[in-house]
Design a protein around this ligand. Structure first.
Ligand SMILES: C[S@@+](CC[C@H](N)C(=O)[O-])C[C@H]1O[C@@H](n2cnc3c(N)ncnc32)[C@H](O)[C@@H]1O
Length: 225
């Protein structure tokens, strides 16, 4: 099944299960928001790539109410949920875009992404990072909260065990776990060093990983002036 169909089907129940699937989400996304290099009253433009139902954007809006947003996603159904979430809110636009195969429209101060880019295998991720670099203004920042692959089979297995342990502790049912495992078959996650290396190859500077909880890592890079 392709990604658009996979997430079109997931859209209905997506928000309800987020905190159960990713119990660390408050810190995982929270660190990304803390690292956005603007003040709370500033006006600036943000692209949320693979924005889904707008969960990350909604958290960023809470901290930066004057920012404007473009939510880009390949799944029309996920974006429909985002439109419902932000009904009546100004400064939000929506684009149906496949970030792997299509150009990324616009120019932005900040590009953010959460749990979306790991669907692209490393060779294609490089192309996505190149496009992100291309659509950032000079000194613009890219911040990504995403999955990382374990550097060894043992580490990867521990990431898998940790996910299952924490999902169960957070109250996931057996059915919800089966659904998540099925969805994970579309993951093409690469290691943190490969992701950071690809960012550097695209031209990003000041690379840093700000947060990691097992498989979940939040990192950023800046486009030079
Ligand atoms: C796990 S959801 C994350 C949604 C949102 N960022 C969040 O934090 O809740 C992954 C999203 O990435 C989108 N996505 C995956 N591959 C994509 C691609 N090639 N182009 C655009 N969107 C993509 C999916 O449609 C889905 O909405």
């Amino acid at each position: 099944m392709n990604i658009a169909k996979l997430f079109d089907q997931a859209a209905e129940s997506y928000d309800a299960t987020r905190k159960k699937y990713i119990p660390c989400i408050a810190d995982f996304y929270g660190v990304l928001i803390e690292q956005i290099p603007f003040g709370s009253r500033d006006q600036f433009s943000v692209l949320d790539l693979g924005a889904g139902t707008g969960l990350l954007t909604s958290m960023i809006r809470g901290a930066f109410p004057r920012a404007s947003f473009v939510l880009a996603d390949v799944s029309a159904e996920m974006l429909e949920k985002a439109k419902l979430r932000f009904q009546g809110v100004e400064n939000i636009e929506y684009r149906i875009v496949d970030f792997e195969s299509e150009p990324i429209p616009g120019t932005y101060d900040v590009v953010v992404s959460a749990l979306a880019l790991h669907h692209a295998p490393l060779d294609r991720l490089q192309g996505v990072f190149d496009k992100i670099y291309g659509c950032l203004k000079p000194r613009g920042m890219f911040l990504n909260a995403d999955q990382i692959l374990g550097r060894t089979r043992e580490i990867e297995r521990e990431y898998e065990r940790a996910w299952l342990r924490h999902a169960k502790l957070a109250g996931c049912t057996e059915e919800e776990i089966d659904i998540a495992i099925e969805r994970m078959k579309a993951d093409r996650t690469s290691t943190l060093s490969d992701q950071l290396g690809a960012l550097e190859k695209s031209g990003f500077e000041s690379l840093n990983c700000w947060y990691q909880f097992y498989r979940y890592a939040t990192y950023s890079g800046t486009k030079p002036a």
